[in-house]
Design a protein around this ligand. Structure first.
Ligand code: F0G
Length: 359
């Protein structure tokens, strides 16, 4: 059977009826990839998996929420959708809106979103407003605009987004046959960790899993309001996707962390970029910097001896899933900046061999 997209696959768990028009790009069913390199770094008896959400149709996990948000918008008779975005939400909203024949309007913090994401919104024919303000201010404006005009807001304050995104947790459980012991995820506006926890708890109530994971969220140090417990007026980090100072789903993240006996922690830009390069070099996985926050968190916790203190399951490895939220090609400029640029060479075999280290 070909994969039908997350709405058809998880229909029984989602707020849709037979009347809901399904707008899908066949999102979901992303690889849960074992990482030998990270498993070894995490310690003996630990299996680390990467949930490669960058392999969704528009290159990020947002597609899970967007298929539902756009389907419900069409069902409600909406003709236009609106969002504020650090890039991925706008890419996803504009693609799904295009598919549905809706207008899309996106507010982005000018100069602060990755090039790949901007190109997506533009090519999908969104009306792009590049605003001279940060994401938090853009979201506040988008919320007011949605109250004053006949447009559907498709940020994760729209509950359908959370409903769709919870399917990431379902897929992980379906593949592993249980929940992971620890679930590590980047946190920005905090919709995703909220959604993932909702997914696990629903599967738990339905007895599809017998244990819940410990949820560990990671924010960038310069944009870590949930760690500091206060709004950050001017958040900063190289991980532009999670440059957010006042997360909309603040309470959802706090609840997920508290109920699962986990937490929200910070990783530095240095740690994020180290994890970003390591994933690419040792695992062959190109994820965007914000995504690498979960792996930066894993490496940090391993360095602190955290996993040695975690209770081990009997007869199987401790299972850790790191969510890689978006594809590395979203931000090609960062990739090129993160390594030494190649020198310009003459078209001579000897010069080229010398430069690439072939004797
Ligand atoms: N990783 C990536 C690649 C993201 O784009 C985002 C959020 C997150 C992590 C954090 O997820 O907000 O649910 O906690 N991007 C949003 C956007 C804000 O506009 O694309 P979150």
């Amino acid at each position: 059977m070909t994969w039908p997209g997350i709405i058809e696959r998880y229909r029984a768990h989602l707020p849709v009826t037979r009347k809901t028009p399904v707008v899908t790009l066949l999102e979901g069913n992303t690889p849960l990839l074992h990482s030998p390199a990270l498993s070894e770094r995490a310690g003996r008896g630990i299996a680390v998996y990467l949930k490669c959400e960058g392999l969704n149709p528009t290159g990020s996990f947002k597609d899970r929420g967007m298929t539902l948000a756009i389907s419900k918008a069409v069902e409600a008779g909406s003709v236009a959708v609106l969002c504020a975005s650090t890039g991925n939400t706008s890419a996803s909203a504009s693609a799904y809106a295009a598919r549905a024949g809706l207008r899309s309007i996106v507010l982005i913090p000018s100069g602060a979103i990755a090039l790949g994401k901007l190109s997506q919104a533009l090519i999908h024919n969104a009306s792009v407003a590049a605003v001279d303000a940060n994401f938090d201010a853009c979201l506040a404006i988008a919320r007011s605009m949605a109250q004053q005009h006949r447009v559907t807001l498709v940020n994760s304050v729209n509950p359908h987004r959370i409903e769709g995104q919870k399917t990431c947790a379902f897929e992980i459980c379906d593949v592993l046959g249980r929940a992971p012991d620890l679930h590590l995820t980047p946190v920005g506006n905090a919709g995703n960790i909220t959604a993932q926890w909702k997914g696990y708890t629903e599967y738990f109530r339905l007895r599809k899993i017998s244990r819940l994971p410990v949820m560990l969220g990671f924010q960038a140090q310069g944009a870590a309001p949930l760690v500091l417990g206060r709004i950050i007026k001017q958040p900063h980090t190289v991980a532009t996707a999670i440059r957010i100072g006042n997360p909309a789903s603040w309470q959802g993240a706090v609840t997920a962390a508290a109920q699962s006996h986990g937490g929200i922690r910070a990783v530095t830009d240095r740690e994020i970029l180290h994890a970003y390069r390591l994933l690419a070099r040792e695992d062959g996985v190109f994820a965007e910097p914000a995504s690498a926050a979960s792996v930066a968190g894993l490496l940090k916790l391993a360095g602190q001896g955290f996993f040695k203190r975690v209770k081990r399951p009997a007869g199987r490895p401790l299972t850790i899933v790191c969510i890689l939220t978006g594809h590395g090609l979203k931000d090609p400029e960062r990739a090129v900046k993160s390594v030494r640029a190649p020198a310009l060479l003459a078209p001579s075999i000897s010069a080229i061999c010398k430069a690439v280290g072939l004797r």
